[in-house]
Design a protein around this ligand. Structure first.
Ligand SMILES: C=CC1=C(C)c2cc3[nH]c(cc4nc(cc5[nH]c(cc1n2)c(C)c5CCC(=O)O)C(CCC(=O)O)=C4C)c(C)c3C=C
Ligand SMILES: [Fe+2]
Length: 424
């Protein structure tokens, strides 16, 4: 965030910005944080974008939490082979995450409050910024359950691995990971600060395998949110699982007692796919063709032959030529629960633009993320149908893939991410 927007956010002058600390609008000040006057001087900021999201709860935040506007996703390889060091790290990460999500610095001393001869326990770039809706959500990849940490017997069946899908071109260096952390926030600097500090804390025990920045959420996860648009210009996230759909979340999102691994009850599974778009080709495609590919119109987002975005889709509707208005190879027909034995997903993806590719094309697309109760009966059949038939395939390429078991929420300050997995 630039100096001017920072000033606008806080309604204070340049000097105030320089002095304001990470806890400016948050719970519990630490050394090096702003004075009470500075906090009182801060102009009100929009509750929706500055507020803190509670960290403790039955489920992790960042799943049904109304999707924030920015993402920094990271996958780690665990470099230590000692189970105790892994458990220590998860405890340190949990403590730092509990602080940062409330707008506080990563450690108790902060960026400027510690011993001058030691590296600070916060990197400092979020000083002066509010919590900004930051959520931090951890996931455990299949490789964490190999023979290094004695966790093989606790590997949940849903982590068995994804099959190869036709047409995918996965790059191993940006796929997989022993652990992942999804940071979502309304301010990219807050999301990046959080991941950077977690990576810093992990030094010597984990190394970053890959990370991905995202912007412009491509899904709504609450009915209170307007549907955003993806980089192809279409409303994305209309027919999504949403936090208000309590019964559907129970059936399709949260791992339940008896599903398999007990430690995962109350958790979920996350599938990530980095999907590159051939943007320049898409931009030379007619509007009629674009709409036929998705099976929805570009303006309103209504299914073809329907009026409104949220009208329930009737796939039997035909045009004057007797042909189905939504083609057999249209994206929404293939992905719809009626084509996939009722399977539903909670999609929570983000647009990405990683600059250009050296050949004059944007390196851009969708960082697809979807939460679900069991990927074997949800993501896999839907993606198999899409990979085989979707007319969108001409314009996209899947280049990375991740599968993670997402543990339940941290209950209180005595609990930590993955405790039920690591402790007998
Ligand atoms: C395997 C799951 C899915 C992948 C991968 C995927 C890629 C992908 N999707 C879009 C754009 C849109 N998707 C839309 C709907 C939609 N997509 C999926 C699943 C995957 N998409 C589902 C389950 C649905 C809902 C289907 C339904 O029940 O109607 C839409 C329409 C609007 C909406 O409902 O969200 C768009 C647009 C892109 C661009 C993309 C890969 C780059
Ligand atoms: Fe889709």
């Amino acid at each position: 965030m630039g100096e001017i927007s920072r000033r606008k956010l806080f309604g204070i002058g340049a000097a105030g910005v320089a002095a304001a600390g990470a806890g400016a609008l948050a719970v519990g000040a630490t050394a090096g944080e702003p004075t009470a006057e500075l906090v009182a001087n801060a102009a009100p900021v929009s509750a929706a974008t500055s507020d803190a999201v509670p960290f403790y709860g039955v489920h992790q935040a960042g799943i049904v939490t109304p999707a924030q506007d920015r993402l920094h996703f990271v996958a780690f390889d665990v470099t230590t082979t000692k189970r105790e060091e892994l458990a220590d790290l998860l405890q340190e990460w949990t403590a730092a995450a509990a602080r940062m999500t409330q707008g506080r610095e990563a450690g108790a001393f902060g960026a400027v409050g510690g011993a001058p001869e030691a590296p600070p326990d916060d990197t400092g770039e979020a000083l002066g910024l509010p919590a900004s809706g930051l959520t931090l959500t951890i996931g455990f990849g299949p490789t964490l359950f190999d023979d290094r940490f004695g966790l093989a017997a606790k590997k949940p069946a849903g982590l068995a691995g994804l099959p190869r899908f036709p047409g995918e071109a996965l790059l191993p260096e940006i796929s997989g990971g022993d652990l992942c952390i999804q940071a979502c926030a309304h301010d990219p600097q807050v999301a990046v600060h959080a991941i950077r500090n977690l990576a810093r804390i992990g030094f010597g025990r984990v190394s970053v395998r890959y990370s991905q920045l995202g912007f412009g959420r491509t899904s709504s996860t609450s009915r209170a949110q307007a549907t955003p648009r993806n980089l192809m210009g279409f409303k994305d996230g209309t027919a999504n699982l949403k936090l208000e759909d309590t019964a559907m979340l129970r059936d399709h999102l949260w791992v339940a007692d008896g599903d398999g691994a007990d430690w995962l009850t109350g958790g979920s599974y996350l599938v990530t796919r980095k999907i590159r778009m051939h943007i320049e080709t898409w931009d030379r495609t007619s509007l009629t063709e674009q709409e036929a590919i998705f099976g929805r119109n570009k303006g309103e987002g209504a299914a073809l032959g329907h009026q409104k975005e949220f009208d329930e889709i009737d796939f039997t509707r035909k045009g004057p030529d007797g042909m189905a208005l939504i083609a057999d190879d249209a994206h929404v027909r293939l992905a719809h629960p009626s084509n996939n034995k009722g399977a539903r997903l909670l999609r929570r993806g983000y647009n990405f633009v990683d600059g250009s590719d050296g050949l004059g094309r944007l390196d851009a697309g969708l960082f697809f993320m979807a939460y679900q109760r069991d990927p074997r009966t949800q993501f896999v059949p839907v993606q198999m149908a899409l990979a085989r038939q979707d007319s969108l395939n001409e314009y996209i390429k899947h280049v990375s893939s991740g599968l993670f078991a997402v543990p339940p929420g941290v209950r209180d300050a005595g609990d930590y991410w993955g405790r039920a997995l690591l402790e007998p």
